[in-house]
Design a binder for this molecule. Structure first.
Ligand SMILES: *Cc1c(COP(=O)(O)O)cnc(C)c1O
Length: 950
């Protein structure tokens, strides 16, 4: 036993516990259990070929050495990414705090009120700054948010008397190049005709349904969105504006001019560039589009006692429900980053923020005048923070780089210089000295005018107020801010309290050693478009990670670009599409999807322009092979792909999987494997081995990136040889296959910063540790299955009676006692546990996935809780809903009230088992009322006046 190995820390059950668990299962060894679990014929024959594992100390040294290979120059590149100052109070109390970063998406609202409030703050901030009516709780990045805006306007066009044949969408050529590339990818498959051009000469024809502008444009010019939107509105063209959030502190809100959608990134609000991400994008629109609005919306409602409570609103819009009728596949978003950006506003408040924006603008103006005095031509007149200068790029670039400064060289005679929150007067003088060298001047003319002339045109001067709500005007001292963050954290149940056994979501340990480097400036302060030779440390990490994932999946290459599992699905299908087209078979558009698939699967297929054909499942939860075969043959001329999850969403390794993949190949299709369940494969089998052609991985599930309360995520795709040429590219950085499809995400490597976590995870576990982790994940799941035997029925098992890494327990029989699965989920909160996945993939059930990181003691407590709840259910009666389950969860306020007249004791309500006393978690609200909140939709915090009136 190597007590110094990382696997000793990552894996929960101690060796003697593993023995006891195997005894409980009645098997002699892990090998026997795996033999009983994974079908013959799909096991790997040899161990993974990976580097020897490092212990935690060795890894720290290693990753620190690599960080020094990143040359962090001063970045004035702009293009949607800027150096920032993350307030230390946010870094220490949120980014570096497992109470925040290990939380799950707030589906169980009663134990998620903290992050729900933080997200409500984010939405309020966005609606205020954009001047719109409603905003969501974040999207993946600015590029994909713009694409979602285009899709929304496309989806609602007939509502505005636009006919289906109107498919043209105008995009200003001053939109960021990476955004345009993402738009191209998204437009084509759903039949949108993109027209890219100069907004100043655009003719507002009736054949356009919408238009997108950048405000300010990529070269810094403050676009006259006012006149454009006026003319567009007259021509019945809907408008979307991609707006720089920092500029909106000084510029009038696009909503005031009548924009229909406003999108952008909140990276500038204290989030590091991280070589491209993760950052929270925002999406704001008009109330009338609330049902088409992509992503999650947080709304206000009330709980069972009538108190204010928050929860995710309008969930019926989501792809989980809408499936192939969904217009967006967004699932995981960027919650942790949205929380941090919202907190940046809470901490600075409206005046502090305005001061930051003003000082950025002032320095840009000082620079403009300084450059003019030197004789450098500045063509910008109306700008916020970015100057366009006429230069000999080839001459300037080496001089600037020698001085460790990056600008953006747009073409041989143009450069952009973007000023940011970190820029000081000294930086300006240094920048001017670079230009002095460039113009080969000897007599120094460098000077900063302290009162340079205005650069914001009249129409764009901000008159609309913002952030008047109490929360943005209360926590400006560090003590108050620290306590505010803590007060929210205490309302949330995260992995630092207890096990979160969410099936399909793999809530495993997010080790501190994996997380620490994220705070280091040499990783944080790297611009995604910095010259590649400056990012050697990143290049080594990302290239190695690609190679590891390629080896683990048994494929030929990997792209790290997709920012979530669902984006991976979409990317993989687009790559399949490009492959068919390259063979002159572009007509192949049928995508077979089993009925048990995750909702993102059909939604992604539709986004990729495919037609979904659903195949049946058998009563054992397996794919109905006969039905699949029949449908594959029926559609053989047009079959594009099968999407299959393995092990299945029912937690079973289907033994027919190789037969299934063969049927698809025989009929001309490619096999897409949804890799959300990869935690049941790593080191034992792999997608290449079972005959798939492409899969995505959820690095935020299997590879230890924390869930962050609903993001960040990373959803790389790994592909077989024939698909490698089509891996996605980027318009600024040369990346992707030889016949790369256009971009899936804005940044070339997606969310590069958090890829460090998965890199560390694989580096420290190595081949043996990764395989052991999979084995113990399977052992843990089967141990829980065994312990619940006789109390709960497990729905599906493999041929030899075993579960995979997760199992579904049936709660439908309890309807006889008047109890629904949601009652069990809420009652678990009183026992200190987060519910497993509820009603996916089978309604009325719970899917339990403990992961390898949970100890035997914790699983025993969890099983004790479920068994105790089972006894409580047996005491319920369908004609009497006043019982301990229906009333769950119980708050401290309810239990300490002067009167108590419920038909059970307070002790039964709060401390039904002894272990709870040691670590009680108090839900902060009682059961939330979803329907009430949807009927009375409120998605912002009320302004101060409303509090005063009340
Ligand atoms: C989580 C999950 C997805 C979607 O992944 P996101 O990262 O949330 O977009 C897709 N399929 C399955 C089976 C999943 O569990």
């Amino acid at each position: 036993m190597n007590t110094n190995a990382f696997s000793y820390r990552h894996i929960g059950p101690r060796e003697e516990d593993q023995k006891a668990m195997l005894d409980t299962l009645g098997v002699d060894s892990i090998e026997d259990l795996i033999y009983q679990t994974i079908p013959d014929g799909i096991r790997l024959e040899k161990p993974l070929d990976l580097d020897e594992p490092m212990n935690e100390y060795e890894y720290m040294t290693h990753i620190h050495e690599l960080s020094k290979k990143n040359k962090v120059f001063k970045s004035y590149i702009g293009l949607g990414y800027h150096p920032t100052i993350m307030p230390a109070v946010i870094q220490r109390n949120i980014l570096e705090n497992p109470g925040w970063y290990t939380a799950y998406t707030p589906y169980q609202a009663e134990i998620a009120q903290g992050r729900l409030e933080a997200l409500l703050n984010f939405q309020t901030m966005i609606t205020d700054l954009t001047g719109m009516e409603i905003a969501n709780a974040s999207l993946l990045d600015e590029g994909t948010a713009a694409a979602e805006a285009m899709s929304l306007l496309f989806a609602v066009r007939d509502r505005e008397q636009k006919k289906a044949e109107i498919v043209k969408f105008f995009v200003s050529d001053s939109v960021l190049p990476q955004t345009i590339d993402v738009l191209k990818t998204r437009a084509l498959p759903i039949g949108i005709d993109l027209v890219i051009g100069d907004e100043n000469t655009f003719e507002f024809g009736s054949d356009y349904f919408g238009a997108l502008l950048q405000y300010p444009g990529k070269n810094g010019v403050i676009t006259d969105i006012k006149s454009f939107i006026e003319k567009a509105t007259e021509a019945n063209i809907k408008t979307a504006v991609a707006a720089d959030i920092m500029s909106l502190l000084l510029l009038e809100a696009p909503g005031k001019f009548g924009a229909d959608v406003v999108v952008g990134t909140t990276q500038r609000f204290g989030i590091p560039m991280g070589y491209g991400g993760p950052h929270a994008a925002y999406f704001a629109t008009k109330e009338t589009y609330k049902r088409e609005l992509p992503g999650r919306i947080i709304g206000v409602t009330k709980d069972a006692d009538g108190n204010r409570a928050l929860r995710m609103a309008l969930q019926t819009r989501e792809q989980h429900i809408k499936r192939d009728r969904a217009t967006s596949n967004i699932c995981t978003a960027q919650v942790l980053l949205a929380v941090m950006a919202g907190m940046y506003s809470v901490y600075h408040g409206p005046i502090g923020l305005k001061n930051i924006a003003e000082s950025i603008n002032l320095r840009a103006r000082k620079l403009a005048e300084g450059l003019s005095i030197l004789g450098v031509k500045v063509s910008s007149q109306n700008y916020f923070d970015t100057l366009e200068v006429t230069v000999d790029s080839q001459k300037l670039k080496p001089i600037a780089e020698k001085a460790e400064v990056n600008l953006f060289y747009a073409d041989p005679s143009t450069a952009y210089i973007s000023i940011n929150e970190t820029t000081s007067d000294n930086d300006l003088i240094y920048l001017l000295s670079i230009f002095e060298t460039y113009i080969e001047s000897s007599d120094s003319k460098i000077e900063l005018n302290s009162n340079p002339s205005n650069s914001i045109p009249n129409f764009a001067n901000r008159k609309t107020e913002y952030l008047q709500e109490e929360v943005f005007n209360s926590y400006h001292s560090e003590t108050e801010m620290m306590r505010y963050i803590k007060s929210l954290e205490r309302k949330d149940l995260s992995l630092n309290h207890s096990m979160i056994s969410l099936g399909s979501c793999t809530m495993k340990l997010n080790a501190a050693s994996e997380m620490l480097p994220l705070s280091w400036p040499n990783w944080g302060t790297m611009h995604p478009f910095a010259p590649i030779e400056q990012a050697e440390g990143y290049q080594i990490v990302l290239k190695s990670l690609e190679n590891y994932l390629t080896e683990i999946t048994g494929f030929a290459a990997t792209s790290l670009q997709p920012n979530s599992g669902a984006q991976g699905e979409y990317a993989g299908l687009m790559v399949i599409k490009a492959y068919h087209e390259s063979r002159g078979e572009g007509h192949r558009n049928i995508c077979l999807i089993p009925s048990s698939a995750h909702g993102t699967n059909p939604a992604s297929a539709v986004m990729a322009g495919m037609q979904v054909v659903v195949t049946k499942s058998t009563e054992h939860g397996n794919i109905d092979v006969e039905d699949l075969k029949q449908k594959a043959e029926q559609h053989k001329d047009n079959l594009a792909a099968l999407m299959v999850t393995y092990p299945s969403t029912h937690g079973v390794y289907e033994s027919a999987i190789k037969e299934i993949t063969k049927i698809i190949h025989d009929n001309g299709g490619q096999v897409y494997m949804d890799g959300a369940n990869m935690n049941a494969q790593v080191g034992l089998t792999n997608p290449g081995n079972i005959g798939a052609d492409v899969c995505h991985l959820n690095l935020h599930k299997t590879f230890a990136i924390p869930h962050g309360g609903g993001g960040p995520g990373v959803g790389p795709i790994c592909v077989a040889e024939q698909l490698v040429p089509f891996l996605p590219g980027n318009p600024v950085i040369n990346k992707g296959g030889d016949d790369a499809i256009t971009a899936i995400s804005a940044a070339p490597y997606g969310s590069a910063l958090v890829c460090l976590i998965s890199y560390g995870y694989i580096k420290m576990l190595g081949a043996s540790g990764l395989t052991k982790a999979t084995e113990i994940a399977i052992l843990n799941a089967n141990y829980i299955k065994e312990r619940l035997e006789g109390h709960y029925k497990t729905l599906y098992s493999g041929e030899r009676g075993r579960a995979a890494h997760e199992m579904i327990i049936d709660c439908r029989p309890f309807k006889a006692f008047g109890i629904e699965v949601s009652d069990i989920a809420k009652r678990l909160m009183d026992y200190g546990f987060h519910a497993p996945t509820v009603s996916f993939p089978v309604a009325g059930t719970m899917m339990v996935e403990p992961t390898e990181s949970e100890s035997k003691e914790e699983m025993d407590r969890f099983c004790d809780a479920l068994i105790s709840i089972k006894h409580e259910i047996e005491n319920c009666n369908s004609s009497e809903p006043n019982n301990v389950l229906k009333n769950a969860p119980h708050t401290l306020e309810l239990l300490t009230a002067d009167d108590w007249n419920l038909p059970y004791s307070r002790k039964q309500a709060a401390y039904p088992l002894d272990f709870i006393k040691l670590n009680k978690f108090w839900p902060s609200v009682r059961r939330v009322d979803d329907a009430y909140g949807d009927r009375n939709l409120i998605c912002t915090c009320a302004p101060i006046e409303d509090y005063i009136e009340a």
